[in-house]
Each structure stands twice: as C-alpha cells, then as structure tokens.
Design a protein around this ligand. Sequence first.
Ligand SMILES: Nc1ncnc2c1ncn2[C@@H]1O[C@H](COP(=O)(O)OP(=O)(O)OP(=O)(O)O)[C@@H](O)[C@H]1O
Length: 233
Amino acid sequence: MAQSTVDVSGLTCELGGRTLLASAALTAVAGQSVAVTGPSGSGKSTLLACLAGLRRPTAGSVEVCGTDVLALRPSKAAAWRLATIGFVYQFGELLPELSAVENVALPLLIGGGARKEAYPAAERLLDELGVGAVADSPAGSLSGGERQRVAVARALSTRPPVILADEPTGALDEEATDEVCDLLFALPAARQCTLVVVTHNPVVAARADLRLRLSGGILSEEPCPDMTGPAGS
Ligand SMILES: Nc1ncnc2c1ncn2[C@@H]1O[C@H](COP(=O)(O)OP(=O)(O)OP(=O)(O)O)[C@@H](O)[C@H]1O
C-alpha cells in the first residue's frame, strides 16, 4: 500500500470555547484527492491550518510526508511549508501589482531559486495550465477563472507533494468552477500529489476520491453522492 502523505489522528482543536475538531482522523496518499465539506464556521479552514502547521491543535498528531508537523521548530517551519505544501485560496490571494508570471515565480525566488530559472519555470507552468497568454498581465486585472488558474500555478511552483485548496471555486461562476475543478482534480494523478479541497459546493466535493464532512467537531466520511438524479444533473 502507498505510504500516506497526510496522516492525522486524534486531532482535537478548541478555539474560542468551541471544539472545532474532536479527535479527527484523516489519511491520504499520493495521487488521492480529498474533499471536506461542512457548515460555515465548522472548522474546515482550521483543519487545513493544522495540516500546514499554521495552527497548533489542542491534541493529536499531524504527520505530513513523514514530518511530525507539531514537532517542527518555528525556524524550520516556513521552509518546510514552502517545499511541502501549495496553497490555493478562494480569491487567489495573488499580489495584484505583480504580473501573473511574477506571482508564480515568487515561491521559487523565496526558496532561493535563481531568476533565470524561476521565470522560465513559471512561464511553463502558466502555459501548462492554459493561462500562458496572461503571463505578463498584472494579477489584479485577471478574470476570476484566470486568477484561480494562476493561483494553482503558484501553488505548484515548488512541486509540493500536498496541495491545500480552501474554497478554490467559491468566487467563480459555474463554467469557471468546472474548468478550475478539471485542472485541480487532475493534479493528484498527473503529479502524484495529494489534494485536499475545502468546499461548500457538493458538485466540487463529488469529484474527490474521498469525501469528508466536518460538523459539530466530527469529521466523517460521506458516501459517494448520486449525481445522476435531478438534483445533481
Ligand atoms: N483565532 C481564533 N480565535 C477564536 N475563534 C476563531 C479563531 N479563528 C477562527 N475562529 C473561529 O473558529 C470557527 C471555525 O473557523 P473556520 O474558518 O475554520 O471555519 P470554516 O468551516 O472554514 O468556515 P467557512 O466555511 O465559513 O469558511 C469560526 O467560528 C471562527 O470564527
């Protein structure tokens, strides 16, 4: 069996007097996609923050690609995160004054990469993701769909084994949602990475290999939805 890239157990997180995660468990392997749904405020983003070592849980263990995330020293955590995790957020969170290619090259430059390698690599990624034509456009001028594709390219720039996407299609119309989903859900197989997507959209969640729901602190597996009926058609 493939080795887990994400291995979480007993994850408990109490915040503001609420138990957002009560002994949650999650295991995912390279090549697998996971969707997490649940009511607003249930703690989905908090779960991602725990996976990335950005939030310290109250209890439990978080292992990502063999690293005990909770044991990471603060001085090592940022470099580990840069190499291991790519983030995609709801509004892209690109730097609007920088061009698309500059945004995508940035993680490579921050990681100590040379400009002469970072920029061609960023351009290649933008081409691969179908947004090569906007490489030199300021990120602030892009459409929602273009912005999210560029955000995915940025997340992939350091070739991380884990991609965490928090409502990556939450600001997109149906057509752009489909396009960005096509791109995102192709990543695990194409790049042998693990994708964890937080979403409110059941159509997006249905595309994942593993669907989890977080509600009342309980993270539980959801059965494969029937998308053939009137509600899903
Ligand atoms: N630093 C904090 N201190 C106290 N409460 C917090 C803190 N950060 C987040 N919360 C609360 O924790 C709860 C869970 O937040 P989180 O963003 O993880 O939920 P979510 O499921 O991702 O929500 P949404 O779907 O609306 O994005 C919310 O009620 C939020 O207000």
